[in-house]
Design a protein around this ligand. Sequence first.
Ligand SMILES: C[S@@+](CC[C@H](N)C(=O)[O-])C[C@H]1O[C@@H](n2cnc3c(N)ncnc32)[C@H](O)[C@@H]1O
Length: 301
Amino acid sequence: MGADDTRGFVSLDELIRPQAAAGMVAEPDACGCAPATADQAAGCCAAPADQGPVPIETHVKKRYDALAVQGTSTLCCSPTSVYTPEELAEIPDWVLELSSGCGSPMNAIGLRAGQTVVDFGCGAGLDLLIAARRVGETGRVIGVDASMQMVRTARRAAREMGLKNIDVRVGDIRRPPVREGSVDVVMSNCVLGMFPDKKEVLHAVAAVLRPGGVAVISDVVYSDDGPPPADVAAGESAGAEDFARCVVGMTESQYRDLVLGAGFGSVDMRSDGLVSYRDGAQVTSAMIFAYRDDSPARPCC
Ligand SMILES: C[S@@+](CC[C@H](N)C(=O)[O-])C[C@H]1O[C@@H](n2cnc3c(N)ncnc32)[C@H](O)[C@@H]1O
């Protein structure tokens, strides 16, 4: 399939409701209900009558704050479907309960001792904890997340596991609190699907990489091979909760083209096939390898 052959898929902008395209959705209530229309609001447990629309990013942050306080995530994949028992050994149960990835970026790329690694949207920190063991005492792992409650959880886990090479920061990955050109590997696990403007995040990813650096991104996509999902086929659009659930609304090839246009030298993509969300939903996951430079420094021999 050619780069510009989208087989009738609608563009991301067209997928998003008008208010979502403008970055605005309805405010979620205390039980996590996020009505996008008045009709939907009527079905919420405590539908706010007088609250105006708030940015998608606010909805997403509140959703993850609430999950962290609740101590369990219903979103995305269970870590037992992504990692081996050995990798999960000694990780606190409450981190596993909150883990919400859709792949394993660090296993896809392999980490080396001494590397500086940043996790964009680190959540409760599972990937930070595993990565910290791999880069060792001479390496460094930085987590960035917009949810203060998730950051607290990740900091507590690092402290309890005695991992001193982890630094977790509250921040927006579109303007990450990380020095430009300072990072060997950016990993991101099931996060970019939350952004109506993914290119903005991808530019920020490229900016923090040092020469020779690579970004490894696990995300939900629509398969190039299969039929379009029912909502896309029906011309329906993504809502706030779709963003919180990381529904990207892009095919694999659309995603690859987007990454290539975001300041990287070269891009590889691997389809990871269907993965199961905790709530039983089946989605297609892909691993994107985005190299800062034209000639990726792959290990020889
Ligand atoms: C699906 S969870 C994935 C968490 C983690 N990567 C994992 O595998 O468990 C998405 C995470 O992205 C974070 N997030 C959402 N928008 C963000 C933003 N603008 N900046 C930083 N983090 C954000 C959320 O708070 C949440 O922790």
